[in-house]
Design a protein around this ligand. Structure first.
Ligand code: FAD
Length: 473
């Protein structure tokens, strides 16, 4: 890694001239929020030397010219909801917060495209898009994430099964390179074969190749009718086995989640709401959309029949808006419910045929090492969220592990889980990215030449390694 220069008073003065004195933070207490993301461990925390909050692309370009000349690192930051340490300033320097660039610039109904600044929260983005009568399908679980952060991590979420991830919707980008040059990619077009796709290289590049300053994103008409089904099973194996059978009938649900009963309890407690099924150890939660109510009910009947043939118990239908909302809230808050005792949440993704085998290995590791590894996730795309906990489960009771114990078990357990994923033809990240947290596994996840090509790309875009250094590699 390059040796970086410290930010001098002279540089601070130049930054003040670029963004204005009110858009700079130097006080350490006020920098706490910019020293971490959602990853829980303290060793992930690093303070920047300064936080800057530019308001325009041109200001970002000036900052990057300065950084590239003086050789200090710049770490772009969105909503800070990442869980791999991507926005943490590992080597100090500048945290460049996109919070001031927070406008939806245009909703173009004729072309079904929205043009947006990177600092718009997903919550505001959905609201503006939906109030214009259109719809944006990808839905990562934390709506305080920014659109720019979601693009930089190629975020996914539960609706990816039918509608895809960020990559499937981003059609144009404006990006400031490490050199300060401004690059414009794509636009309001649905097809584009004009040279190598730098657009797709930028999507999911975790702020290591450029800073996203504007995006053009495809929208679709709103989903007409949706329904949520909860299907209880005694066996997780039977639940997972049902999923390809449903898809083979030609019904592609909006989302298919699998959940085990013990991971629901903390979320139910947190929200004071009850999961609608009292029986069953494992559940599929399936959201289906249809053009008419008749079509929707026909889909539901077919799904319920397939589930019953796979030994499910009675399907519960959450059909009213409030019922659907409650069920989704419980699912969405599983992370929050488990958070206080979570060391790390993984996003291993395996081929559909390997989900059960990987889950069996997760239980084996859990038993062998005496550590609770609750796992839930996206059953129709193989993206599994295993929480490595500071708890063990014995005779249906949870016991807290001492700090020395979980610190000893954690690296061994996470390594075994990632090794199993790779053995099964899976990938170590389906939606959270690599950041700092997973970079030690990249050499076992990718072949030598693959990793080398990534490093050459980084060098070509950022020869002085000033843009978000220490991430991915
Ligand atoms: C409760 C919870 C649920 C979640 N659910 C999901 C989920 O369902 N699916 C999913 O995919 N993820 C999920 N995540 C992870 C996280 O929300 C996503 O990765 C999100 O896209 C990160 O966006 P952010 O704005 O918070 O980015 P940050 O955490 O601020 O940054 C993430 C990375 O993007 C870079 N970056 C940020 N902005 C820019 C920019 N403008 N230009 C260039 N680089 C930039 C940063 O440098 C960093 O490397 C979840 C997280 C939580 C806490």
């Amino acid at each position: 890694m390059e040796a970086y220069t410290k930010i001098t008073d002279e540089v601070i003065e130049k930054l003040r001239k670029i963004v204005g004195k009110d858009n700079i933070i130097l006080n350490k207490d006020k920098m706490i929020d910019y020293s971490h993301d959602e990853f829980a461990l303290d060793w992930m925390r690093h303070f920047p030397e300064v936080v800057v909050k530019p308001a325009t692309t041109e200001e970002i370009s000036e900052i990057m010219k300065l950084a590239n000349k003086e050789r200090f690192p710049v770490t772009p930051r969105g909503g800070g909801t990442g869980i791999v340490g991507g926005c943490i300033p590992l080597f100090g320097g500048i945290v460049l917060s996109l919070e001031k660039m927070n406008k939806v610039l245009e909703i173009d109904k004729e072309n079904l495209m929205v043009t947006v600044e990177p600092g718009v929260t997903l919550m505001d983005f959905y609201q503006e898009v939906e109030s214009s009568g259109l719809f944006f399908p990808p839905h990562p679980g934390d709506e305080t994430a920014y659109v720019g952060g979601a693009i930089a991590t190629n975020a996914g979420g539960a609706r990816a099964v039918k509608y895809g991830v960020m990559r499937d919707f981003v059609k144009g980008l404006e990006v400031v390179l490490a050199t300060g040059e401004i690059l414009k990619l794509g636009g309001k077009v649905l097809k584009n074969c004009t040279g190598y796709s730098l657009l797709h290289l930028m999507i999911g590049s975790e702020g290591t190749l450029g800073i996203i300053t504007r995006a053009v994103i495809k929208l679709i008409p709103p989903l007409k009718n949706t329904i949520t089904l909860i299907i209880p099973y005694d066996s997780l194996y039977n639940a997972i086995k049902t999923v390809p059978e449903i898809i083979l009938t030609g019904i592609l649900p909006v989302s298919v989640e699998f959940i085990q009963s013990d991971v629901l309890l903390p979320s139910e407690k947190l929200l004071g709401k009850n999961w609608p099924c009292k029986e069953g150890k494992a559940f599929l939660m399936i959201i289906v959309d249809g053009t008419t109510e008749e079509e929707l009910y026909e889909f539901c009947e077919k799904i319920a029949d397939i589930c019953a043939a796979n030994k499910s118990k009675d399907t519960v239908v959450a059909d009213g808006k409030q019922k659907q909302k409650d069920v989704l809230a419980i699912r969405s808050n599983i992370y929050e419910g488990l958070k206080s005792d979570t060391i790390e949440v993984l996003d291993i993704t395996v081929p559909l045929s390997e989900i059960v085998n990987h889950l069996n290995r997760v239980s084996e590791i859990s038993k062998d090492y005496g550590i609770w590894l609750p796992t839930y996730g996206h059953a129709a795309d193989g993206n599994l969220h295993t929480h490595i906990m500071k708890l063990k489960k014995e005779d249906e009771q949870f016991k807290r592990l001492g700090e020395d114990k979980w610190k000893e078990k954690y690296p061994v357990v996470r390594k075994l889980l990632h090794e199993d994923c790779i053995k099964r033809g899976g990938v170590i990240s389906g939606e959270h990215c690599i950041g700092i947290a997973k970079k030690e596994y990249l050499p076992i996840a990718l072949e030598g030449i693959h990793l080398e090509m990534l490093k050459r790309i980084k060098r070509a875009f950022d020869p002085n390694y000033v843009l978000n250094p220490g991430k991915i590699f």
